[in-house]
Design a protein around this ligand. Structure first.
Ligand code: 5GP
Ligand code: ZN
Length: 114
């Protein structure tokens, strides 16, 4: 499978990873449109939110809250999902954009794959 986000999940493509566990990976978007622009992604490959198992749907939102707490962005971020090409989805592996323009956020990368 030639999915770039699956490759990132397997550490087989470059990425700056801020969080990962067995199910979820959070990494910096390589073309940021905000001071903080992260992609919150299930490691399980699926394209659309309707195809994501319930436990992973819950885990995505738990992860969003966890990174929000860690980055101290409780009052200043937005979450964007492009679900389908007509909605602007380009990468066919489900991902939420996590964006904030708060200055001086201390984003610590746990793993950097070059
Ligand atoms: P969408 O599919 O929601 O329109 O956007 C895909 C996002 O993934 C874009 O913001 C783009 O910059 C980002 N992106 C695409 N390929 C890569 C990649 O290989 N690495 C990283 N870090 N981001 C990527
Ligand atoms: Zn994939």
């Amino acid at each position: 499978m030639s999915c770039i986000f699956c490759k990132i999940a397997e550490h087989k493509a470059p990425a700056k990873i801020i969080f990962e566990d067995s199910d979820i990976i959070v990494f910096a978007d390589f073309n940021p449109r905000a001071i903080v622009h992260l992609l919150v992604t299930p490691k399980f490959h699926c394209s659309r939110i309707m195809d994501l198992p319930d436990n992973l749907t819950l885990k995505i939102f738990e992860t969003v809250r966890m990174i929000t707490k860690e980055l101290k962005l409780q009052d200043n971020f937005k979450l964007v999902l492009h679900n389908g090409a007509l909605a602007g989805q380009i990468v066919e592996h489900l991902h939420f954009h996590y964006l904030s323009n708060q200055p001086n956020v201390d984003v610590k990368f746990k793993t950097v794959i070059t």
